[in-house]
Design a protein around this ligand. Structure first.
Ligand code: AHR
Length: 496
């Protein structure tokens, strides 16, 4: 019997904010040095940026890249990464116990982002620094005035402001691992005062306040309420961070990771609305899921990496096929909440828990998770629509009554094309779909399937796990534990 799939076009979720396809580059491990920047590399451009890596990133169509951290930002003096390179200080970097050479800083990064067809989402240091340094950085980046920091930018060779529009008020300030971590009210006060002066320098910027670093931290909820009560009228977004992993070797439960993301988003959105009501405000604070991914493979090996190296190979998760299915499913969940999640950042982009890996002086390749991101980012632009199937419910791990098929559709702006993203979250069930959409024809079925959940891509075998065009002439078949994209085209029944 066929499983019926229908798109609920009459109940649109939202016009997707393209910044939901953001990513993240932190000064961590080989993300910057050996990742995006390697002056001696055969593909290096005039500024030392790797062209092979830029080519892969441009394919992902990433509209924003969060920078420079992450935990790194909470001990960072942005001035160290500006001015003549030979005068920049080497620093003991306490977030990751590495040596930071400062050869890349905001000047270089904003130019790199331009070359990647992207924009910078800048984080300020609210760990060891505060509102004053934050507003100085806004002046340096965005101001046309002839004043100290804007003039410093000019002296460094940048006459025109960088025009950075999206800013994070610190990073994971609730976490004891954070340099200069804070109690809820300590952070709320610092964030509020930083937000005020940053917007006074440039009223056009948007601000993201730190939510909890995860939903399992004991202060979750109390933290959000305190921050929102203090900062509500000064901020635009509240952040969420979450990482998933098959830590117990339970693939059935791991494939349902998106149930946790779904619950987390609902809870934070509810808290935002609760404080909105409490304040009788007209303003809606939306969500920035600015760190999400699978992260666990490298946890043990990282403990063996000696401290105080430049660009050590930290957080280099090698992603397998099941990770890719989970990443695709998490993207479906973000789209299902695209009315509230306006910004999201896959953490991270190169080498560090990343879709793109490199060898120093050598090759660059796409990990398994590259592919669901690639298709969703490129075909998921437009209006998100809910999808219903009668595929049924199942339970795994601690989650009960979850949809076996998790789906969302995105209708293109010209309304001529619709992408339906489908993940079969079960290990054993397969489905034959009947797509019930009058006047819509399925023109492509792209599938990521594999019998081996642990299959990976490597430099030598970069195409071991890649999606393929699936024949649907005799029916649309959805394999167990698979990621799928159906592409539909509008046809009014007349010859084209
Ligand atoms: O993305 C890696 C780290 O995870 C980030 O630096 C931090 O914000 C989070 O804990």
């Amino acid at each position: 019997m066929k499983t019926i799939l229908s798109v609920l076009s009459e109940k649109p979720i939202a016009v997707v904010d393209e910044r939901i396809y953001g990513s993240f580059i932190e000064h961590l491990g080989r993300a910057v040095y050996g990742g995006i920047y390697e002056p001696g590399h055969p593909t290096a451009d005039d500024m030392g940026f790797r062209r092979d890596v830029l080519d892969l990133i441009r394919k992902l169509n990433v509209p924003i890249v969060r920078y420079p951290g992450g935990n790194f930002v909470s001990g960072y003096n942005w001035e160290d990464g500006t001015g003549p390179k030979e005068q920049r200080p080497g620093k003991m970097e306490l977030a990751w116990f590495s040596v930071e050479t400062n050869q890349v800083g905001v000047d270089e990064f904003q130019e790199w982002a331009r070359r990647a067809n992207s924009q910078v989402m800048m984080a300020v240091n609210l760990g060891t620094r505060g509102p004053e340094e934050a507003r100085q950085l806004v002046e340096y980046c965005n101001s046309e005035t002839h004043t100290e920091y804007a003039d410093r930018r000019r002296r460094n060779g940048f006459e025109k402001p960088f025009g950075i529009k999206l800013w994070c008020l610190g990073n994971e300030m609730d976490g004891p691992w954070q340099i200069g971590s804070k109690k809820p009210m300590e952070y709320a006060r610092a964030a509020c005062e930083a937000a005020k002066v940053m917007k006074w320098v440039d009223p056009s910027i948007e601000l993201v306040a730190c939510g909890s670093s995860s939903s399992s931290i004991p202060t979750f909820g109390e933290w959000e309420r305190t921050v929102l009560r203090e900062c509500y009228e000064h901020i635009d977004y509240l952040s969420l961070h979450s990482y998933y992993g098959n830590r117990n070797g339970d693939s059935a439960a791991f494939l349902l990771s998106s149930a946790d993301m779904d619950r987390f988003i609902r809870e934070v959105a509810d808290i935002c609305d609760e404080i909105k009501a409490e304040k009788k405000s007209d303003k809606v604070v939306n969500l920035s899921f600015d760190e999400w991914n699978v992260w666990f493979h490298s946890n043990e090996q990282d403990k063996e990496i000696p401290r105080w190296q430049v660009a050590p190979p930290l957080l280099e998760d090698v992603y397998n096929f099941e990770d890719a299915v989970v990443v695709g499913d998490l993207m479906i969940t973000l789209l299902q909440h695209s009315d509230r999640v306006r910004i999201a950042c896959l953490a991270q982009l190169v080498n560090v828990i990343a879709p793109i890996m490199t060898e120093n002086s050598g090759r660059a390749w796409a990990q398994t998770i590259f592919y669901p991101f690639y298709y969703t980012s490129n075909f998921g632009r437009g209006t998100a629509l809910p999808v219903h199937t009668d595929g049924g419910l199942f339970s795994a791990g601690t989650v009960t009554d979850a949809e076996k098929l998790n789906c969302v559709a995105v209708l293109s702006e010209d309304k001529k094309q619709m992408a339906v993203f489908i993940v079969n979250r079960t290990l054993e069930d397969s489905f034959e779909l009947a797509v019930q959409e009058e006047n819509w024809q399925v023109v492509r079925h792209v599938a990521l399937e594999n019998d081996d959940l642990k299959a990976v891509n490597t430099a030598d075998q970069p195409d071991a796990v890649i999606p393929f065009e699936k024949d649907f002439s005799e029916g649309i078949r959805i394999a167990p534990h698979s990621w799928n994209m159906l592409l539909l085209e509008f046809s009014d029944g007349e010859a084209r």
